[in-house]
Design a protein around this ligand. Structure first.
Ligand SMILES: [Zn+2]
Length: 114
């Protein structure tokens, strides 16, 4: 059954590699900014703002990486495309857009409200 998802698995792995690369780039940027050290106040303020943006990017990349890893695990286990909350099938159209979805639309929208 999991054989059907070979292409998806392939896709997820290249997404993972891409994100990993992006994350490495973000982290290197932050480190570089930290090394820059003494600067006048205005420049420092801009730098801090940049760091915040990069932190935020880094976090969403990390969340995405986790979701993708879990999706690959689910393919290997044979319960990919099944909502992890209620056990219903996840709409394939949604999976085409976001292949690492772990919840059906009902559970996803419920989770958002809480
Ligand atoms: Zn569900």
């Amino acid at each position: 059954m999991s054989g059907n998802y070979d292409d998806v698995r392939h896709n997820l792995i290249s997404m993972l590699e891409e994100l990993d690369e992006r994350l490495t780039m973000i982290t290197q940027d932050v480190r570089h900014a930290d090394e820059a050290g003494e600067k006048d106040f205005e420049e420092q303020a801009t730098q801090n703002e940049n760091n915040e943006v990069q932190d935020c990017l880094g976090n969403s990349a990390r969340v995405e990486i986790e979701a993708i890893k879990h999706a690959i695990e689910r393919i290997d286990r044979g319960d990919y495309a099944i909502c992890q909350t209620c056990g219903e099938a996840i709409n394939p159209e949604r999976l085409k857009i976001l292949p690492y979805l772990a919840q059906c639309i009902k559970c996803a929208s419920l989770a958002e409200k809480h």
